[in-house]
Write a protein that binds this ligand. Structure first.
Ligand SMILES: NC(=O)C1=CN([C@@H]2O[C@H](COP(=O)(O)OP(=O)(O)OC[C@H]3O[C@@H](n4cnc5c(N)ncnc54)[C@H](OP(=O)(O)O)[C@@H]3O)[C@@H](O)[C@H]2O)C=CC1
Ligand SMILES: N[C@@H](CC(=O)OP(=O)(O)O)C(=O)O
Length: 340
């Protein structure tokens, strides 16, 4: 018999993503029975607020996973590698926000507005992977275009907020910014160079082909989620001194001719997308407009003057909400509605 409420654990509950997962479960009234908050021994014993109560943070190392129906994992890839098999073996379905399982052909990689049907594949290994934040917001906009006109090639440049690199990175931008106004340099520990008043063209580690892993994730995940194995995509991922909200400049070459007006009409109907685009009033979306919001905003839709099948647009979303916590909770909502 289907349950009406579920025992949920958040692994990484004290982190930038975990904290927002907690808020989103409450905001969307997810049917939580018992909630378990997990972190490392460093944060165990603390408490975090949920629906007016203070919930204990426990040490993941000593946690009994058999108490849990759904595990929302967001404590890094290595932590997922250690705990996901244990949680699944104990009967928990894991929704993993890290890159640990994304490229395993047998593990579904899901954006609910794009490929919700793949959630059914959770039965193979008990795990559903949440894509990279930069991929999610781009695919919300690309999916309707792919369905109508096909996609041959994508060229994307990202402008990624520091919150994508975790709580310490948010603090580093704040601390460096204050230091500069005091004519001091500030401390650089999380990023390879100072991020305040700067742009850093490296996110994640370098690969042998000269791309960074973040850039290759956008190609690997786009192919898997859209189920278009020959799509061509080249990305340049850049960290910018913004706290919340990733921005992306996207150029698409479609297979069939499609006008910018037709693309705009498609995006106006696309689930999860809000078009903010009026050149007569110089209206377009920015990272600050997206921060704290659930929608993915698209603007600057225009043809490509260098290619007759080219379309350009700008897409922004809150990387911690739609790029991570919200997408995971949306997956959980479909899981309980259709499968558990
Ligand atoms: N879909 C996406 O694109 C995104 C994915 N992520 C994924 O989520 C992870 C967390 O991101 P974020 O919240 O920003 O990071 P933070 O650094 O802000 O938080 C990390 C969290 O993981 C916990 N943690 C770390 N090590 C362990 C451990 N050994 N055992 C148990 N818990 C541990 C920390 O607990 P403690 O307080 O005890 O240190 C903390 O709760 C990232 O590493 C990434 O894998 C993040 C952002 C976007
Ligand atoms: N790479 C993202 C956040 C992240 O943690 O990604 P992943 O889950 O792919 O490691 C960023 O830095 O903005």
């Amino acid at each position: 018999m289907q349950k009406s409420r579920y025992n949920v654990a958040i692994l990484g509950a004290t982190g930038a993503v975990g904290e927002v997962m907690l808020q989103i479960l409450e905001q969307r009234k997810f049917p939580v029975d018992k909630l378990y908050l997990l972190a490392s021994s460093h944060s165990a014993g603390g408490r975090l607020p949920f629906t007016g109560k203070q919930v204990l943070v426990r040490d993941a190392a000593t946690f009994d996973w058999s108490q849990v129906d759904i595990g929302l994992f967001s404590a890094g890839a290595k932590v997922s590698a250690e705990y996901a098999p244990k949680a699944v073996a104990a009967g928990c379905v894991v929704i993993d926000n890290t890159s640990q399982f994304r490229y395993d052909d047998e593990i579904p990689l899901v954006v609910p507005e794009v490929n919700p049907q793949r959630i059914a594949d959770y039965r193979r290994h008990g795990i559903i992977a949440n894509p990279n934040c930069s991929t999610i917001q781009m695919l919300l906009a690309l999916k309707p275009i792919a369905d109508v006109a096909g996609i041959e090639r994508v060229v994307v440049a990202t402008y990624q907020a520091v919150s994508g690199a975790g709580r310490r990175a948010i603090e580093e931008l704040g601390q460096q910014t204050l230091a500069i106004f005091r004519h001091e340099e500030g401390v650089t520990e999380v990023f390879p160079k100072r991020i305040a008043f700067n742009c850093l063209p490296q996110i994640d580690v370098f690969q042998e082909n000269g791309y960074t892993k973040e850039e290759m994730k956008m190609l690997w995940e786009t192919r898997k989620i859209l189920e278009i194995p020959d799509i061509a995509l080249t990305a340049t991922c850049v960290r910018v001194p913004v706290f919340y909200g990733h921005s992306e400049a996207v150029n698409v070459v479609t297979r069939e001719l499609i006008t910018p007006e037709a693309v705009r009409a498609l995006l106006e109907k696309a689930p999860g997308v809000v078009v903010v685009d009026d050149r007569s009033t110089a209206t377009w979306p920015s990272a600050l407009d997206a921060a704290g919001q659930d929608a993915t905003y698209v603007g600057r839709i225009r043809g490509d003057c260098s290619h007759e099948r080219g379309i350009n647009f700008w897409v922004v979303a809150d990387n911690i909400r739609k790029g991570a916590a919200l997408n995971s909770v949306q997956i959980a909502e479909l899981l309980v509605r259709d499968y558990l």
